[in-house]
Ligand binder design. Sequence first.
Ligand code: PMP
Length: 438
Amino acid sequence: TSTPTAQSCELSSALFERARAVTPGGVNSPVRAFNAVGGTPRFIGSARGAWLTDVDGNEYVDLICSWGPMLLGHAHPEVVAALQAAAARGTSYGTPTEGEVALVEEIVRRTPVERLRLVSSGTEATMSAIRLARGFTGRDVVVKFAGCYHGHVDALLASAGSGLTTFSIPGTPGVPESSTALTLVLPYNDRDAVTAAFAEHGDRIACLITEAAPGNMGVVPPDPGFNKFLSETCREHGALFVSDEVMTGFRVSASGQWGTDGANEGWTPDLMTFGKVMGGGLPAAAFGGRADVMHHLAPEGPVYQAGTLSGNPLATAAGLATLRLADDGVYAHIASVADTLRTGIADAFGAAGVAHRIQSTGSMFSVFLTDRPVRDFADASTTDTVAYGAFFHAMLDRGVHLPPSAYESWFVSAAHDDRAVQAVLDALPDAARAAAAT
Ligand code: PMP
């Protein structure tokens, strides 16, 4: 076990104060604010490989990896070199470039999409995929699952009303009821709810969108065959199946979650969305799929979608360098790191007597502090967030930066070597005891 290092957070605290004076909550994306776990977020000054260094000079093993993108670790020399070379050629032209073609070709090679369009964030990707699905089908209703996050798209920021197939109410002020009134929210992994919703509303449903394997309520893998069932149900009713691989894409396998189910079971989504890893830490995302559907996008077709920085030369350079380096060895390495960590986590919580469930898809995993299997959002909500907060801070004090929320996936990278893994293993027993003490 390890003792906490004497961390000073003076400079992080001062920056957080400055930030709060000019930015809501002091952060540019809510979960960074530590609201779920309390305390002061660490302002990072630099990062290399598996390690973050904050502005006070404290070092942390990074198990956030920018919420997924940093598959190769931070500041990978070849990615940095590709970025430097791209920057020297100019940062944005507003005209087509070879880099865009090459990145799209690489994604088409790895996935079942026939045509792909680049955008700058996962939110844009899902928003555009839904618009295209509605434009293509001439229908309005969108089906999603409770606990799946697809970015802050109005129609997808919906929480379920009462009853399984009730049209939903907005999950946040600022989203008009009219935006979510066409969104059906169902419990994840619930075939009966899907069947019932399509039986009642099938001829109005433009698409069903799902995380290919949910990672935004913690990791809740699809039951075997669930994605195939969704794909078939959509087809039966003339709706499009949209698989959101923003988080799982190029991380769960070389071809994402689809590589572990659809590729073996012989089905393909009608549309897919990607982000995170494909941008190598820069803003890049994409949506794509069936050629006959994508053909409806402007300028070929009538469904409008555009972006000043879409396919940005820096983002495509970082993404392409990342994907080209993401070979079988990388996926084998992160799988083995995740395995070692899962074993250490289970041992530590077991020894401390803390009820826990570790759930994974590939190297993506999360730790629920609950004693029941987590198959949907209701199950996920039973996790002990107070105990997680204590665990999180004990890990942070011992130099391990976990996601500051109990409902997030943990991410590892190709740069998580024995030293980084050992630092996590050393911190776990004390941190599990801290969770037990809550
Ligand atoms: N879809 C999924 C599955 C995601 O995990 C996320 C982001 N966590 C998004 C969409 C939205 O992506 P972005 O934050 O780039 O808008």
